[in-house]
Design a binder for this molecule. Structure first.
Ligand code: PXP
Length: 237
């Protein structure tokens, strides 16, 4: 299972003082050196963490893979097509949320998402749709030519009992199997950390996990290099 680091929260700390430090682009370069397979960032409409300068510099400097998380809005689609990340992960975006709260409703937004995927494909950008482990949402994602899905793991991560965690993991297993049968690549993320990853890594056939908050938080104590290496060691055990 590959590991991509979401660097948004290095930018959150930078923006707290409106200056230059810590630079999320520098963090991305250290993470790559430590073995991360890719870098993820979410360019939000309100630019609360990553900004356009970050995305453009990342495009220039990183050597692995850039995954741009984004809402399917005209402004951000235009920037994505201009910057050219390897992957665009489409997510729902609400102004008031602290973080992405759940998967896309692909079924209810099918024509808009189909158009967006076609536009990104024209710029040779692969597309992933962030969805719940729901077979109908996955069918709809395949129908509109998404290359990947990213399964929302927030419910698994926030489970209050082992039983609840087990049930959600079963839903995720079924979703992965279904998506693979349809020929989709499968990523996963949200709320994964150094503890729950030990259970999560047993799910077969997930191509990549996208993890941010836990690794950024741990890096404050042990440094980015060690935080990344520790997560990779857990994933590959
Ligand atoms: N995947 C998606 C689609 C997300 O929106 C986020 C949060 O930005 C993540 C993964 C990473 O979540 P976390 O920061 O909880 O690891």
């Amino acid at each position: 299972m590959k590991f991509s680091l979401n660097i948004d929260h290095f930018a959150t700390v930078r923006n707290a003082r409106g200056g230059q430090q810590p630079d999320p682009v520098a963090a991305a370069l250290i993470a790559e050196q430590a073995g991360a397979d890719g870098i993820v960032c979410h360019l939000r409409e309100d630019r609360r963490h990553i900004n356009e300068r970050d995305v453009r510099l990342l495009r220039e400097l990183i050597k692995t893979k850039l995954d741009l998380e984004m809402a399917a809005t005209d402004e951000i689609i235009k920037i994505a097509c201009d910057v050219g990340p390897e992957l665009a992960t489409l997510v729902p975006e609400k102004r008031q949320e602290l973080t992405t709260e759940g998967g896309l409703n692909v079924i209810d937004n099918i024509s808009r998402l189909k158009e967006t995927i076609a536009e990104l494909h024209e710029s040779e950008i692969e597309v992933s749709l962030f969805v719940e482990p729901d077979l109908e949402q996955i069918d709809a994602s395949a129908e509109i030519n998404s290359d990947f899905i990213e399964i929302h793991t927030g419910v698994f991560a926030n489970a209050l009992s082992e039983e609840e965690q087990f049930d959600e993991l079963e839903r995720i297993r079924a979703a992965v199997k279904h998506a693979k049968k349809l020929g989709l690549g499968v990523n996963a993320g949200h709320g994964l950390d150094y503890h729950n990853i030990k259970v999560f890594r047993e799910v077969p056939d997930i191509d990549e996990v996208s993890i941010g908050h836990a690794v950024v938080a741990h890096s404050m104590f042990v440094g980015i290099e060690r935080a990344v290496k520790e997560m990779i060691a857990l994933l590959r055990k």
